[in-house]
Design a binder for this molecule. Structure first.
Ligand SMILES: Nc1ncnc2c1ncn2[C@@H]1O[C@H](COP(=O)(O)OP(=O)(O)O)[C@@H](O)[C@H]1O
Ligand SMILES: [Mg+2]
Length: 240
């Protein structure tokens, strides 16, 4: 049995409606590793995340994506999730009629090591008890939607979590608590791919690896020296 979970993306090319949007992208994310995927608006970060998660509009025209040697590209989005992949959305959809509580319990019921009591987690991320009675994302502020995604991550205990702009719309206190929770999930063994256009989150949660996507192309992969270069000169430092 393999001990270390690993997402391996190799030379992935993503298109939407015959138009090439992102790639080639190669990445390997091990258990418990924290990776930052950065790039300006429109660089293809969300498209890449959608394609890996199996969104039907984002076609993979070349390359491979495997989780623990299971070929993700042959699986439906649901089966990819069952294999241990989680995507938190940049813009999570609102679902009326399903309470947060019901939804989280449903997710947690299929995983042995998931928390069964979400009430106790709420204060850690600055939420009140009544949050669990509200319908999934309905009328949530930007920050509450991100916290809702985070609760789903906690419930699911995935092998690999791709978090698309989980830092956007959060005030500094909320950002700190989200960083703390993500750190805990990584310590537990979840490999994180944290997508953001801003380095703010990574000041609180230093990543092990940093990748830069510009106009769909991965132009840099390395350590935190990449964040320093970004701070100094912005994305234009990476233009080729
Ligand atoms: N469903 C779609 N249909 C058409 N174009 C899309 C679609 N999704 C993304 N794009 C285009 O792909 C490019 C990258 O978008 P996106 O992946 O959202 O970038 P980022 O997340 O880095 O801001 C943009 O030019 C965007 O307009
Ligand atoms: Mg995006």
């Amino acid at each position: 049995m393999q001990e270390i979970s690993m997402l391996e993306i190799h030379e992935l090319l993503v298109s939407v409606e015959e138009r090439s949007i992102a790639g080639p992208v190669s990445l390997a994310i091990g258990a418990g590793e924290i990776h930052a995927l950065m790039g300006p608006n429109g660089s293809g970060k969300s498209s890449l995340a959608y394609a890996i998660a199996g969104h039907p509009e984002y076609h993979i025209t070349n390359g491979s994506a495997a989780l623990d040697d299971i070929n993700l590209l042959e699986l439906s989005p649901e089966k990819r999730a069952e294999a241990g992949l989680f995507l938190s959305f940049q813009e999570p959809p609102e679902v009326g009629g399903v309470s947060m509580s019901t939804f989280l319990q449903m997710i947690a019921s299929v995983h042995e090591d998931s928390p069964k009591d979400f009430k106790s987690i709420l204060p850690d991320i600055g939420l009140h008890d009544n949050f669990l009675q509200r319908f999934l994302n309905e009328g949530f502020s930007g920050g509450e939607k991100k916290k809702s995604e985070l609760l789903q991550l906690i419930a699911r205990k995935p092998k690999i979590a791709i978090c698309d702009e989980i830092d956007s719309g959060l005030d500094l206190d909320a950002l700190k608590s989200v960083a703390e929770i993500l750190r805990g999930e990584a310590k537990r063994g979840t490999g994180l791919l944290l997508i953001s256009h801003s380095p703010r989150l990574f000041e609180l949660l230093p990543p092990d690896f940093v990748h830069v996507l510009l106009k769909g192309r991965l132009v840099a992969s390395g350590g935190t020296e990449i964040l320093e270069k970004l701070e100094r000169g912005g994305y234009k430092e990476f233009e080729v």
